[in-house]
Ligand binder design. Structure first.
Ligand SMILES: NC(=O)c1ccc[n+]([C@@H]2O[C@H](COP(=O)([O-])OP(=O)(O)OC[C@H]3O[C@@H](n4cnc5c(N)ncnc54)[C@H](O)[C@@H]3O)[C@@H](O)[C@H]2O)c1
Ligand SMILES: O=C(O)C(=O)C[C@@H](O)[C@H](O)[C@H](O)COP(=O)(O)O
Ligand SMILES: [Zn+2]
Length: 357
């Protein structure tokens, strides 16, 4: 990823990190594309309009589809609305979708692209830190159902990703911090230098102008790209990217998606570290380091007591489970992720006491 550009995913697409990147969109869409649907949330209408105007100037027929903000957008009715727009405007297999927004937008837009005519090109223009370091890269696309998070989806790698650092300048600080939870995840599973950079200055890690944040973005993308390029469909190694997510998704469901994804991941990371410690897999120093680094960024590391049955319902629907066997990603040490078959759910309840407020 040095130089701000590199390839990720099995298709070998570019993930460009830099500033003023919109001009690269036509090339990334490729020569066959005539029509483009730009999908954006209400909050990013102005950016969506700029992308549309730029595409028109470049000779494309561009349309916008405005969708509900955040998790409200990851809904089957929103996908159906986008399919309707594509259908009414005669989008063919040589046309394309562009997402403009955070991870919620790239997830639903990626799903729309994966399913329209069984698959058209999609380019992601992530506008959140979380989108840049994680959601826009790697091809996981999906929507929620009433039963849980991301339960319907597809693996549909993008044609490319433009991570324009200028977009972070308007991002609310709590959203930037939410994205840092996924960055910390990458540090623990694969690149400990990420942890060192954050520990040396949690303030600079949160500064959208800093060289440190840019390095964190590039390192996190490199971790994700390396993992996904070896296991796009999550048959094995990719499960490590789900570190912290078993409890995180259960919390998001229990909170009716009023928690930020990264905040839930933060609690989920501490839970996984405590579970690994309790079964003798993870040393105390590395387990403690989870709480310390996440708290230094202002991320939550505990959760309400008295919600265990609700959380366990969510945990039982995690995609890593096989039949009745609950499975977690744990660390055997720093940078050594592994999967763990939970022998008894009572062990999880005991670990819950370690994070309950
Ligand atoms: N597919 C994957 O691999 C993957 C990976 C990680 C997370 N995700 C998913 O991503 C979603 C979370 O993504 P997110 O954290 O980006 O949240 P988000 O998409 O909900 O965006 C967060 C908020 O920031 C606003 N926003 C976005 N860009 C902005 C900007 N530049 N300036 C001002 N406001 C802006 C949005 O309108 C929204 O209110 C979750 O649904 C999660 O499950 C997917
Ligand atoms: O890319 C992956 O693989 C991940 O697990 C990355 C996660 O950060 C992300 O939240 C993903 O959407 C979770 O996937 P899911 O399969 O558990 O829904
Ligand atoms: Zn995540």
């Amino acid at each position: 990823m040095a130089g701000g550009s590199g390839s990720a995913g099995t298709g070998g697409y570019d993930v460009v990190v830099g500033k003023g990147l919109l001009g690269r969109l036509p090339d990334m869409l490729g020569p066959t594309v005539r029509r483009v649907l730009v999908i954006h949330p209400r909050a990013l209408r102005a950016t969506g309009d700029v992308v549309k105007a730029d595409l028109e100037t470049a000779g494309f027929q561009a349309l916008t589809a405005e969708i509900p903000d955040a998790e409200e957008g990851k809904h089957i009715q929103v996908a159906a609305f986008c399919w309707q727009v594509l259908g009414q405007n005669d989008f063919t297999r040589s046309d394309a979708v562009v997402s403009v927004g955070g991870g919620s937008v790239s997830d639903v837009a990626g799903f729309v692209a994966a399913t329209w005519l069984r698959g058209v090109r999609v380019v992601h223009f992530p506008t959140t830190l979380l989108g840049m370091v994680d959601a826009a890269v790697g091809g996981k696309a999906g929507i929620n159902t009433a039963e849980g998070k991301n339960l319907v989806g597809a693996f549909h790698p993008p044609a490319g990703v433009l991570a324009d650092l200028d977009t972070l300048l308007t991002l609310p600080p709590n959203e930037l911090v939410s994205g840092l939870a996924e960055v910390v995840k990458c540090g623990f599973i694969a690149d400990p230098e990420i942890l060192t950079i954050i520990e040396s200055s949690p303030e600079q890690a949160q500064n959208p102008h800093s060289a440190q944040l840019r390095e964190l973005i590039e390192r996190s993308i490199a971790v994700k790209a390396q993992v996904v390029s070896s296991d796009l469909r999550e048959a094995g190694a990719r499960e490590m990217l789900n570190y912290g997510h078993t409890l995180a998704h259960a919390i998001e469901l229990a909170e009716r998606y009023q928690w930020r994804h990264g905040a839930a991941v933060s609690v989920g990371l501490v839970f996984a570290a405590e579970l690994a410690r309790s079964v003798g897999r993870l040393d105390d120093a590395t387990a403690d380091r989870h709480r310390t680094i996440l708290e230094s960024l202002g991320l939550p590391t505990s959760y309400s007591s008295g919600r265990w049955e609700t959380l366990l319902d969510g945990i039982r629907r995690d995609k890593k489970n096989r039949g009745d066997q609950l499975r977690f990603v744990l660390l055997d040490g720093l940078g050594k992720p592994t999967t763990y078959d939970v022998p008894d759910a009572s062990l999880l309840f005991a670990t819950y006491q370690e994070i309950a407020e």
